[in-house]
Structure formats: C-alpha cells, structure tokens
Design a protein. Structure first.
Length: 139
C-alpha cells in the first residue's frame, strides 16, 4: 500500500509540473477517428505514442467505447488493438516509472469518472497490467 501511495504522489506531481489538465471533453462532441489496424478512437483525445526498449513502440487510445486500448510493434509490425478497460474522458498519458528490478515500468493514466486521474501499471513490456487505480481519490 505504501508503494501505491508513492506512485500516486509522483504521478500527481508530474501532472501538476507538466501543467496537464485532466479535463473531460463532452461525449456528445466526440467524433471517431481510425487509429490504424481497425482501431477507432475518440479524435479529440488523440493517440499517445510511447517508445519501448529495442526500438519497439506502443500506442494508447480511448476507444469509442470510452475504454483504454493499446497496441505495440513486434518485428516492425503492429499488433492488433487490445482493450485495457476502464472508462476515460480525455487523452491518455504515459509516465515511465523505473524501479530497481524493473527499469521499464510505466504507468498509463487519464481522466476517468468525475475527471479524476485513473491509471494502470506494467512492470515491463510483455507483462500484465495492474487493475486500474485512482490517483486522485485519496487514501
């Protein structure tokens, strides 16, 4: 639990320093765009790119179902889109969070219900994502 509180504090500090607002765009104004590979996302939220070790890449979007989706490259080709879940109302952000035994750990987050930041963590490429957790819900 102590580690999760530290993660929340660091991510919130990064959001504040970067001046990022997790404002929600009204769903009624949302329009769909194609993200390649058949993925549809909410245009206003954009596509978030992230560089992985070894020259690989990954992308994150908020699909037209308001869930977070991701895909990655392998041998120069994009994988299919995979749902991570959640309910998001804005752009997705990636923050690298290296740990002593996990130098490629990341947290991916965005504005969820009530405009609060919700995220998921992965210790290394290819490993599972944690369940979503609220970064601004206290406790």
């Amino acid at each position: 639990m102590r580690t999760m509180k530290k993660i929340k504090a660091v991510v919130l500090a990064a959001v504040a320093v970067a001046g990022l607002t997790l404002a929600a765009a009204p769903a009624a104004q949302a329009s769909p765009c194609e993200a390649g590979g058949g993925g549809l996302y909410i245009c206003e939220y954009g596509v978030t790119d992230h560089a992985l070790p070894g020259g690989h890449k990954e992308q994150f979007i908020v699909g037209t179902d308001n869930a977070m989706w991701t895909r990655h490259t392998m041998d120069g080709k994009w994988s299919g889109w995979v749902p991570l879940g959640g309910v998001f109302q804005g752009r997705i952000y990636v923050q690298e969070r290296p740990e002593p035994d996990h130098p490629y750990a990341v947290i991916v987050y965005g504005a969820g219900p009530g405009g609060k930041a919700w995220g998921t963590k992965r210790l290394a490429p290819g490993l599972k994502w944690t369940p979503f957790f609220c970064l601004q819900c206290g406790g």
